[in-house]
Each structure stands twice: as structure tokens, then as C-alpha cells.
Ligand binder design. Structure first.
Ligand SMILES: *[C@@H]1O[C@H](CO)[C@@H](O)[C@H](O)[C@H]1NC(C)=O
Ligand SMILES: *[C@@H]1O[C@H](CO)[C@@H](O)[C@H](O)[C@H]1NC(C)=O
Ligand SMILES: *[C@@H]1O[C@H](CO)[C@@H](O)[C@H](O)[C@H]1NC(C)=O
Length: 409
């Protein structure tokens, strides 16, 4: 059974001590992505981890023009949850997952801590040595794994320095917030806007071109899965099972023989196709990514207009899911996704002031390269003046909150 997580201060310190023990105990070749029992027999998610000690003057240099950063990232490695498994599977029982269904694993903790070190390195000067309450807005989705991921990322972003050293621990608490998923239009529209979202998904999947494509490509796969998992498959259910198979392999739990006919392909392609379905037209984009994008742009505008509150704000941090990362990339039409965004992947929206012009630079870190890759909105340069950026995405910005809550079923 799942161990009860006692959320006490002592427990937190204990965990932090453990974490730093792992970091500093000379496990120098440790990489969150290569370590342990990774299966990775299929190359499509093979990725390099962030790097610990490599200085990179190139990425530091643009700190001079940097005004504000928004970070959207995915949580770390995790256990499967019940919906990503099937009752007759050999590893269905929660007792196979010591932290409990859906929870962050130790490997996941390291991934997120390392993500924080990578961002600390990239924004070292910009962030400064000492933490201040006004610098960050840190927000998580209402999931344990994203909250824990955020705590780990923050631990590495602002380790205590100088006057803020308060104990032997190279850690200080940093607050973050979340709202219940049912109200979280920005990070969990899949629940907050559920009626609208499901109606739009239905409309898209029932379109003749899409349903024909799905039947041809995945019909047989869905039939096999429906029978084995004993529940009706659709693209979303198939996606969940893909995640479950992937994680079981990661954890070293071998898959049943029958899965070979569906996994990794074509299930992997179906999982990626789901992101394209979820962003298949302007209206669904505005529900799925629009509220977060609207917030990002409105905070950016406030900064440009010198109206941002508090005025010292440096960074907005959003701890979410691969769904958030994938749908944002596709909604912006900035990246042709062919994989599930890996654990710890992130998108950066950087506001720069260059020669008197405020503009946005967009980056995506999927660990295929050492550094985040720079993205472009179609129709704009890689440094995209704010007004132009806004004009290009305006059509996917929701006009009101009603768009989310409206019941069009
Ligand atoms: C899961 O395993 C536990 C302990 O091994 C057992 O008590 C429980 O009945 C199992 N649950 C199911 C649904 O098989
Ligand atoms: C989060 O953890 C709590 C226990 O602290 C548990 O009741 C809840 O189901 C978990 N939620 C998720 C989404 O993991
Ligand atoms: C809609 O989904 C289909 C199937 O995944 C995909 O081929 C197509 O490119 C998508 N269209 C858009 C605009 O995303």
C-alpha cells in the first residue's frame, strides 16, 4: 500500500538532507537520465540530462538585456497511476510503487533539482544571490508530483547564500501557490474547462478526416487494448496506457508479451497524435493553452509598461505536465512535436530589451541538445518584438473566462 506521506517540517528537512547527500556525496557520474534501470530500448525518448558543472558564457551573455522570464516545465520521473495501468497487468498493484501511484520517484527528484541548477546557471546574475519574496511567482498544478517538482526546482534556484544561510542545510524554504484543478484554467484546463474541452475534443475526433485517420492507423491497436485493459479505448485512454507502459519499463518492470504488437509503436504515435488533436483548431487552442498564454503576455505587458506588481518581479514559474508543454508548443505553432516532452522539459519565454525594443525570445529544452533550442513563431524573428508576438497569437487568446466555463455540450 502507499506509504502515508507525513508532511511535517522535520520530514521536509530529512528529505532535503537526503537530497543533498545524493547531490554532494560524490556520485559524480550520476545523471538523472542515464542512471539506474532505464530501459530506453526505443530511441525516441533518448535524451541527455542537464549538465552540472559546465560553464557556458554564451547562455549567460544575454542576461544583459533580460527583463523578465516565464518558465513552464514538466515534473520529473514518476510512478504510474491506476488509469495508466490495467487491472490484469502483472504490476497493477500500488504496492509495486513505494511512493504511491502517480508520485515522483527519486530519479524524478534529481531531474527537477538539476533543472533548477540549469536555470540558476543560465540566469545567475539576473536572479542575484539572495532570494526576495518579490522576485518570483511560483505556481504549481494541484498535483503532488508537480508541487514536489517545484520545491526541488526552487531549492536549486535559490540555495541560501550569505545572510540567508540559516543552518547547515544548503536549502531554504520558498513559497509557491496553486489552485484546485477545477479552477485552474491556466495549468489544468482539462479539468477547469472540462465541458468545453470535452465537447471540442469530441467535435474534432468525430470529424470525418480525423476519425478515418484514427480508424486506419490505430483501430486494431485500440481493439487489442480495449480487450486487454477491459475498458473502451479512445485516444486519451490509449495515451494513458502508453504512459503506463513507458513508466513500467523505466522502473524495470517487464511488459507482457502481447504488448509487443502495440508498444512502443503505434502507441507512441497515438500519444503524440493526441497533442495534435488537443490543439487541432483555434478554439481548442484558446481553451487548452490560451489562459496561460494570456497570463504570460499580460504579465509581460505589465513589465514593459512599468506597471508590474511587485515591481521587482523577475520570474514567473509554472510547474505542470507534459500536456502543458506539448500543447503550448503546438498552440504557438513553434515546434513540430514528434515525442512526448521528457521529464523536466521546459519552455522559456524571455522578455528582452534590445536597442530600445521589447521582445520575446522563446526556448524549448527537451534535452536532445545541451542547451535549450531557440524557437520562432512563424512570421517573426527569433527575437520577436512584443507587439508582433501579440498579434501573431491574438487569435488563440480567450476573450473571457466564460469561454472556459461555457457548457456547449
Ligand atoms: C495489493 O497488494 C496488497 C499487499 O501485497 C494486497 O493486500 C492487496 O489485496 C492487493 N490489491 C489488489 C487489488 O490486488
Ligand atoms: C496527493 O497526496 C495526497 C496525500 O497527501 C493524496 O490524498 C492525493 O490523492 C494525492 N493526489 C495526487 C493527484 O497525487
Ligand atoms: C489535426 O490532427 C491530425 C491528426 O493527428 C494531424 O494530422 C493534423 O496535422 C492536425 N491539424 C492541426 C491543425 O493541428
Amino acid at each position: 500500500m502507499a506509504r502515508l506521506i507525513v508532511f511535517s517540517f522535520e520530514n521536509m528537512i530529512y528529505r532535503t538532507v537526503l537530497l543533498f547527500f545524493v547531490v554532494y556525496s560524490g556520485v559524480s557520474s550520476f545523471s538523472p537520465f542515464f542512471g539506474g534501470h532505464h530501459a530506453h530500448h526505443h530511441g525516441f525518448m533518448h535524451h541527455r540530462g542537464p549538465h552540472f558543472h559546465r560553464p557556458n558564457p554564451e547562455i549567460d551573455s544575454n542576461e544583459d538585456t533580460l527583463q523578465l522570464v516565464h518558465v513552464l516545465f514538466r515534473h520529473g520521473h514518476r510512478n504510474p497511476d491506476a488509469v495508466s495501468l490495467y487491472p490484469k497487468g502483472p504490476y497493477y498493484n500500488e504496492s509495486f510503487y513505494p511512493e504511491g501511484y502517480g508520485q515522483l520517484t527519486n530519479e524524478g527528484k534529481m531531474t527537477e533539482y538539476t533543472l533548477g541548477t540549469e536555470l540558476r546557471k543560465r540566469y545567475d546574475k539576473f536572479l542575484g544571490d539572495t532570494w526576495n519574496i518579490n522576485y518570483l511567482e511560483a505556481r504549481s498544478s494541484d498535483y503532488n508530483r508537480t508541487k514536489m517538482s517545484l520545491q526541488l526546482m526552487l531549492a536549486a534556484l535559490y540555495p541560501p547564500k550569505g545572510s540567508q544561510i540559516w543552518s547547515q542545510l544548503p536549502w531554504q524554504p520558498i513559497p509557491f501557490n496553486y489552485v484546485p484543478t477545477s479552477q485552474d484554467k491556466e495549468l489544468f484546463p482539462f479539468d477547469a474547462c472540462i465541458n468545453k474541452y470535452e465537447a471540442l475534443m469530441k467535435e474534432i475526433t468525430q470529424r470525418p478526416d480525423i476519425s478515418k485517420y484514427f480508424n486506419n492507423r490505430y483501430g486494431e491497436t485500440f481493439d487489442i487494448l480495449t480487450e486487454r485493459a477491459e475498458r473502451k479505448m479512445d485516444i486519451v485512454q490509449a495515451f494513458f496506457l502508453y504512459v503506463g507502459f513507458y513508466i513500467q519499463e523505466e522502473l524495470g518492470y517487464s511488459l507482457e508479451d502481447w504488448t509487443k504488437s502495440v508498444y512502443p509503436e503505434p502507441l507512441h504515435s497515438a500519444a503524440v497524435d493526441m497533442y495534435y488533436i488537443m490543439t487541432n483548431n483555434t478554439e481548442i487552442k484558446s481553451i487548452i493553452s490560451g489562459y496561460l498564454l494570456k497570463k504570460i503576455l499580460s504579465d509581460t505587458k505589465a513589465k514593459i509598461d512599468n506597471q508590474i506588481q511587485p515591481s521587482q518581479r523577475k520570474m514567473f514559474i509554472y510547474s505542470g505536465h507534459e500536456l502543458n508543454v506539448a500543447t503550448m508548443l503546438l498552440s504557438l505553432n513553434a515546434y513540430k512535436l514528434s515525442d512526448v516532452p521528457p521529464y523536466g522539459s521546459y519552455i522559456l519565454f524571455e522578455l528582452h530589451l534590445i536597442n530600445g525594443v521589447h521582445g520575446i525570445k522563446l526556448f524549448y529544452q527537451n534535452y536532445k541538445n545541451e542547451e535549450p533550442i531557440q524557437l520562432k513563431l512563424p512570421g517573426c524573428d527569433s527575437f520577436c518584438p512584443f507587439q508582433e508576438f501579440y498579434k501573431l497569437v491574438d487569435e488563440i487568446l480567450p476573450k473571457s473566462d466564460e469561454d472556459c466555463y461555457e457548457n456547449i455540450a
